[in-house]
Design a protein around this ligand. Structure first.
Ligand SMILES: Cc1cc2nc3c(=O)[nH]c(=O)nc-3n(C[C@H](O)[C@H](O)[C@H](O)COP(=O)(O)O)c2cc1C
Length: 169
């Protein structure tokens, strides 16, 4: 049954409606100017442009490390694979050092990488734009690696999901 809302609607109602759009899950890693390793779980990843190769994700202005993200020269977007729910939860948690117990892998930029299971895109920051209570972060892809056999972790209605059907190439 259709539930309709006109402004003013609550943040909760709006968030619930947006959650009906199924997405993947990504962890973005970065390196702050003081060399502190950054990381955040996002499902706001979008491809933006093929030439030049641009991607984007949105960051909440309330993130503790938002200033570091805005000034980071490089970041890396890791698409999470099935079974990486704990990695997603760890990088969504604001209360702890998100990198404890994880090995950083080196890539083509100074940005620390996670062991990739599905895809990783190493980017230089191309631009960021203020948009309401978020910033739209845009990265120019310098390098990527993918595993076409891996299955993605999905997110829908506030829960992690898995593809129902095996991947067909
Ligand atoms: C599946 C999932 C998707 C998320 N997507 C986003 C997102 O797109 N943008 C965002 O700012 N926060 C998103 N979050 C919340 C952040 O991961 C979380 O607020 C952040 O890691 C807190 O970091 P901080 O310690 O820098 O404040 C998401 C969380 C989960 C579990």
């Amino acid at each position: 049954m259709l539930d309709t809302q006109t402004r003013p609607f609550s943040d909760r109602q709006f968030r619930q409606a947006l959650g009906l759009f199924p997405t993947g899950v990504a962890v973005v890693t970065g390196l702050a100017r003081d060399q502190r390793k950054l990381g955040v779980t996002v499902n706001s990843f979008t491809s933006v442009s093929l030439s030049p190769p641009l991607i984007s994700f949105n960051l909440d202005k309330k993130l503790k490390s938002i200033d570091e993200w805005l000034s980071a020269d490089f970041f890396a977007v890791h698409f999470l694979a099935e079974g990486q729910e704990a990695i997603s939860g760890g990088f969504a948690c604001a209360e702890k050092d998100k990198w404890i117990g994880l090995n950083a892998v080196s890539g083509v930029t100074p940005c620390p990488l996670l062991q990739s299971k599905l895809a990783v895109f190493e980017c230089e920051q191309f631009a960021h734009h203020e948009a309401g209570d978020h910033f739209i972060m845009i990265g120019k892809v310098l390098h990527f690696s993918i595993d076409q056999e891996a299955r993605p972790l999905l997110y829908h209605g506030g829960s992690y999901r898995r593809l129902a059907q095996p991947h067909v190439a």
